[in-house]
Design a protein around this ligand. Sequence first.
Ligand SMILES: Cc1cc2nc3c(=O)[nH]c(=O)nc-3n(C[C@H](O)[C@H](O)[C@H](O)COP(=O)(O)OP(=O)(O)OC[C@H]3O[C@@H](n4cnc5c(N)ncnc54)[C@H](O)[C@@H]3O)c2cc1C
Length: 344
Amino acid sequence: MVKVTILGAGITGMAIASQLPRDYEVTIVARNLPGDPDSTEWASPWAGAVFMGMDGSNLREQRMQLDAFASRWKIALNNPESSVRRVEMHDLMDFTPLEKVWYRDHLPGFHILSKDELPAGAPFGMAYQTIVLNPGVFLPWMRARLEKTGVKFLRMTVQSLSNLCGLGHDYLINAAGIGPRYLRNVMDQKVQEVRGQTILVKSDFDKIWIRRGKDYTYALGRQDGTTVLGGIKQFDNKVTSVDGELRNDIFRRIHENLPEAFPSADPLAFTVLRDIVGIRPQREGGLRIEKEILDGQKVVHAYGVAGGGYIFSWGLAREVCHLVEQFHFTSSNTFEPLVAVVKL
Ligand SMILES: Cc1cc2nc3c(=O)[nH]c(=O)nc-3n(C[C@H](O)[C@H](O)[C@H](O)COP(=O)(O)OP(=O)(O)OC[C@H]3O[C@@H](n4cnc5c(N)ncnc54)[C@H](O)[C@@H]3O)c2cc1C
């Protein structure tokens, strides 16, 4: 029996667990687990959790994103209890021209927005169908699905990947979000903490609306009577308290861009359900999906997803599975391809 340990119970670790063959013995080890009380120690619970193509992606990253999109599209159709929903997206770009939008021919219903669908001063926008989910529902749903297929969850905080040697696995997957910056035998200083702040409000806003460019402003209608308003990317900032000035600025930007849906910039005009702060696990130079033998353990690294853990999810997971497969092939000398029967 092949034994795999995954360090990390966020979207990345769980997506990987879902794509490993059913006959593998898989244990997810993490400090923070789905269903825990709120904690800013990890990113996955705080995501707006929408799909949008990530700017500047290379071909490998593009393939992973589209792969993940197709998988989540199926979950939206087959498992509405997961909170995954299909939804209309308005995606506005201040500086990127259409020719540079790599996903322009790949998403359902793709078309260019007319001038009267854009706020004043916005040069260009696109519409298409996308996917949104609510992490508060989705993460425990996914954990329960994995547990049904035999995946075990174990709470443990480690200082180094070497602390996990005693678990007796054949392969260790490092999907620890920000963790690799601090794990003693990884210490990847390219991992950066990128602060986000959003506001969850009561609202029937029925689409995903994002403007990227001068500012980073969005309203994510979750199809459940709530909308996430944002946003911001603050590099090398891990302050977890709410910034009041930034909060007011988000309300102002939302009102300026979407005056019909949000007719006032006054914070008191919104029904605020909660303020959210989360730290994205970014990596200078992009994702690290790579295998390595580290202190005697066969490790596959899977981190650096930045603001795209949900965007990469299943696509990234399949890349990781290929690396596990390569390890297995070279160590056993018998080629046993990973079977297509996966856990989710
Ligand atoms: C405001 C905001 C909005 C966002 N919106 C989106 C969006 O719309 N779409 C999208 O795709 N992404 C979005 N993101 C980004 C997304 O949240 C992250 O990319 C994703 O959650 C990262 O998942 P992960 O599993 O890699 O890491 P995490 O969720 O951080 O999980 C890391 C795991 O590793 C464990 N761990 C770490 N160190 C240790 C250790 N030393 N010992 C034991 N366990 C350890 C943790 O306990 C946790 O289980 C957003 C983020 C923020 C903050």
